[in-house]
Design a binder for this molecule. Structure first.
Ligand code: ADP
Length: 250
């Protein structure tokens, strides 16, 4: 059996990319604290993964709940993955303040609250790694996702800031920016064959990404292989953020 690597916290672990990241973390030897507002999903995942995974209902926007769940860990986490997220589609002209706030609260404030609670424990323990799930929307604006785009761009800058503040405490903070991933919140979009063909045609690698593609990069950034990597954002996107001129006629 693989040696236990320590505790990892994965937020938004109940579904989609978060559930796959949780599986990868367990495989890598972590004991995973899997947090999600979707208690049913996270409980089912933990039941399936056994002793290596503890599922807890935690809303990342709830400061007290986050602090309590972090304090309940038997030791400081070695790895924290801020993956909980929501998207609210619609042009800004029609976007409600409630939808704006939902995206900013979960994607940005949640990342701040969980990272701060983790860093307080990691500092005492001599360090750790934080990986924030941003999005290619945080790098290049896309239509109909203004609040999501703004929140995910802010996650990139928050990542850099946390890396600067906590670097000398041995805490590395990086971000992953998933591209067109055929899982989680994007999966229904790609269910339409026409939409799928159109979108993957924009990807230089010519295919959609998988949750495993994202999870592999998260695990790399969390591991000692990335010991001198901090304040970075790695796009896992098949090249799409570099593709403004892709397939343009010369
Ligand atoms: P993706 O995997 O593409 O990010 P999903 O919607 O499948 O999309 O996954 C996002 C996860 O984040 C869901 O399991 C959802 O319940 C969770 N989530 C959303 N809001 C919160 C929150 N406030 N606190 C914790 N988890 C959340």
């Amino acid at each position: 059996m693989k040696a236990v690597t320590g505790w990892a916290v994965v937020t938004g672990a109940g579904n989609g990319i978060g559930a796959v990241i949780t599986r990868h973390a367990v495989k890598a030897g972590y004991r995973v604290a899997a947090w999600d507002v979707d208690e049913k999903a996270v409980t089912a995942l933990a039941a399936e993964l056994g002793a290596s995974c503890v599922g807890t209902a935690v809303d990342v926007t709830d400061e007290e709940a986050v602090n309590a769940a972090m304090a309940a860990l038997p030791e400081a986490p070695k790895l924290v993955v801020n993956n909980a997220g929501v998207v609210r589609f619609g042009p800004l002209l029609d976007l409600s303040v409630a939808d704006w706030r939902a995206a900013v609260e979960v994607n940005l404030t949640g990342t701040f609250l969980v990272s701060r609670a983790a860093a307080r424990r990691m500092i005492d323990a001599g360090g750790g790694a934080i990986v924030n799930i941003s999005s290619i929307n945080g790098i290049a604006a896309a239509p109909n996702a203004g609040a999501y785009t703004a929140s995910k761009a802010a996650v990139i800058k928050l990542t850099e800031h946390m890396a600067l503040e906590w670097g000398d405490a041995g805490i590395r903070v990086n971000a992953v920016a998933p591209g067109l991933i055929n899982a989680g919140m994007s999966e229904p979009i790609f269910a339409d064959p026409e939409v799928r063909a159109l979108r993957q045609g924009r990807v230089p690698m010519g295919r959609l990404g998988s949750a495993d593609d994202v999870a592999e990069t998260v695990m790399y950034l969390g591991s000692p292989k990335a010991a001198y990597v901090t304040a970075q954002t790695i796009a896992v996107d098949g090249g799409i953020t570099a593709s403004a001129l892709h397939k343009m006629p010369r």
